[in-house]
Structure formats: C-alpha cells, structure tokens
Design a protein around this ligand. Structure first.
Ligand SMILES: [Zn+2]
Length: 375
C-alpha cells in the first residue's frame, strides 16, 4: 500500500450503513442526481454508481436506503460473477426489486472473461450482454463499466459510447468528471464525505460497492467474508429445505435441535454451520466455550452420562487452549444452585437442547477422527 493510502481518513466506521445515510444526505444537499445518459445534458450533476461485485443482497439493502432518501442510482451487474448468479431465482428477484425501487441497472463487463482486444470484440461482448439484460432481466441498459479494468482497456476503449451504451471509463469521464470510489473497501485517494463536501466540479461520479457497506464497522476482509458466508449459508439452507420438503434424510447435517439458532442468532448459526462443514472442531469448541452464561448454567443440569462425555471432550479439546472447562462448569454450577427453582423460559430450554446436541456431536466427531488416526 502506498504511504498516501495509509492516511487517517481510512476508518472502518466510514463503511457502515449509518455513515452511508450521512453521505447520501450530504450528496443530496450539494448535488443534483442524474442518470448516465443525461449527465452531460446539464451544467451540473452527479451520477451515483454501484458495482455489484460482492453481493446483490447488499445491493438491495443499499437500494432501499437510497429509496428512503429519494435517490436513484445505477447498479452494475456482472453476468460472470463468482459471487452471485443472475439466473438464480432469488437473485433475479433481487434485481427486480432494485428496479421496482426506481433504480437503473448497467452492465458490469468482466474483461477477464471476454478479453477484448479490438472494438469489434468489445462490442460483441456488450451486445451479448445487452441481449441477456433484455431477455432475462427485462431491461435495456444504457451504460456499462469494466469489472477489474486493465490498463490496456482503460487506454484502448476510450470512446464515450460503445454499442450506444455510455462508457463509464471513457476519456471524457476521466477528463471532465470528478471521481471518488471505495475500491477494495477503503479510500485510496479521498474520503467520500470530504469529496462531497468540498467539491466545485460541475460533474461528478461516485462509485461504491454495496458488499463493502455493513451494519457495523468491519475490516474490508471481514465484510467480504460476510458476503461469502451469507451466501454459502443461504445455499446450504436451500439444500436442507429441498431434502426436508421431499422427506429425505439429511445424513451428517445438523439435527433439528440446531435449527432454532437461526431465529435467535442467525450470525452465530451461520458461523457454526460453516465451522461444522469445514470440520473446524477446535474452533467450534472455543466458540462454544465462550457462549453466553446461561448456556453453561443449563449445561450443569444435564444427566451424569452426558457429563462424562463432556468431560472427555473437555480433556480432548481444551487442554491445548489452557482453559479449564470443568472450572467454568463448577463456577456456573454454584450460580445455578443459587438460582435453582427459577422458571426456565422457552429460550433457555432451546439452548439447553442445543447444548446437549452440540456436545454429543463434538464428542462423536472427535472420537471418529481419533479412531481414524489410530486405525
Ligand atoms: Zn467490479
């Protein structure tokens, strides 16, 4: 990273939804929002662009916030994305919702897929995508941007339009339009809010990637992982539902006891599912150990036979972390006895069931891997 890129204007707080609302308010106070097609027909204006690189679900979230502020943006969609599939029912519906909120969509052309060298090759690629947008999404795009633009593309494809579509990276844009982007989840050159506050340019273009904007402050890599894990958890859910609806067994999948967590704590549910899938048992155990106090209180009331299992797990898993599982349990047992007789609500009952279940699974898995190693 260049020294100039390390400057103080890179706070993770900048990439939260609440800060995004501040940005929209400031932009609205200072500029008139235009579409790409009409930008240069006016003396002044700003185009508001989103490259849907990481998550269409986050695009929809941002699209709704913009609707609340009565702002219209253009969402650039990539047919060749590794992060989403525009042919998929749910993702298709998300695009329709974004359009219904009054926003536009543009083509986010994946240069690595087509690798165009000549204008003809570029136009062939754009034409192909236009026909997909028309036939599948039911829209006629008026603009395109390059996904991961190469130096070659930026210096070769400099015309204002190709196939009658506005080129976001034309020479005219570079020369006449002030530009600010959140590329890779940090401000490379300038902070967007400052850019909007102190700008005398007549025409401006702002690019953000909705996947980089989350509810809480996170490092860019965490934001991307959240997009990836959110999607993979959703894919897993679809698979589970398919099995369930056709009355099939879900061998090796989570038992019913696990599923209550989805409503109580979706983030935790997702994290645990992924750890289970990837057989990260020790990480799972550590998360498990750190769970809320009530879980441990409930744990202490389990039958003796289960306690023996838990003690085994304790020995196997926690020695390496230098954590005394039993000490914690004993401490909480004392608390539990103090609170004995208190009515346990449904939430606690669920947690108790979950705790038993996950303990059993951890034990079984560990035994299996132990046996496999010692065969
Ligand atoms: Zn992109």
């Amino acid at each position: 990273m260049l020294t100039s890129e390390k400057t103080a204007h890179n706070s993770f707080e900048d990439f939260t939804i609440s800060h995004y609302r501040t940005i929209l308010k400031t932009a609205k106070e200072n500029f008139i929002f235009r579409s790409y097609r009409e930008l240069f027909q006016f003396e002044q204006g700003i185009v508001w662009r989103h490259d849907g690189d990481f998550s269409l679900n986050r695009c929809l979230k941002i699209a709704k916030i913009e609707k609340d502020s009565d702002i219209k943006a253009t969402y650039f969609l990539n047919l060749h994305s590794e992060f989403y599939n525009l042919m998929e029912r749910e993702q298709f519906q998300i695009v329709q919702q974004i359009l219904a909120l009054g926003h536009s969509v543009g083509i986010h052309l994946d240069l690595a897929f087509y690798n165009p060298i000549t204008t003809t090759e570029l136009c062939d690629a754009i034409e192909l995508e236009i026909s997909f947008f028309k036939n599948h999404l039911g829209v006629e795009p008026e603009v395109f941007s390059f996904h991961n633009p190469t130096q070659f593309a930026l210096t070769t494809f400099v015309e204002d339009t190709y196939c009658n579509l506005v080129n976001c990276y034309s020479q005219t844009f570079w020369q006449k339009v002030a530009y600010c982007s959140d590329s890779n989840g940090y401000w490379r050159f300038k902070r967007l809010l400052d850019f909007l506050k102190n700008n005398t340019a007549s025409h401006l273009q702002v690019l953000t990637h909705p996947g980089m904007w989350q509810d809480t402050p996170l490092a860019p890599m965490e934001r991307i992982l959240r997009c990836i894990h959110g999607r993979s958890a959703n894919v897993l859910d679809i698979y589970y539902e398919t099995l369930q609806s056709s009355g099939r067994m879900n061998l090796g999948g989570p038992l019913e006891d696990f599923e209550f967590l989805k409503a109580l704590d979706p983030q935790l549910h997702m994290t645990l599912q992924l750890l289970l899938l990837h057989k990260k048992y020790s990480q799972l155990a550590v998360i498990f150990l750190n769970l809320h106090f009530e879980w441990l209180v409930e744990f202490t009331s389990i039958p003796t036979s289960q306690t023996e299992n838990i003690q085994n797990i304790s020995k196997q898993f926690y020695n390496q972390y230098n954590v005394s599982w039993l000490d914690i349990c004993q401490t909480n047992l004392a608390e539990y006895n103090t609170n004995a007789g208190k009515t346990h609500n449904t939430h606690e009952t669920h947690i108790y069931r979950y705790f038993l279940h996950i303990s059993k699974l951890l034990f079984i898995w560990h035994s299996e891997s132990y046996n496999a190693k010692n065969v």
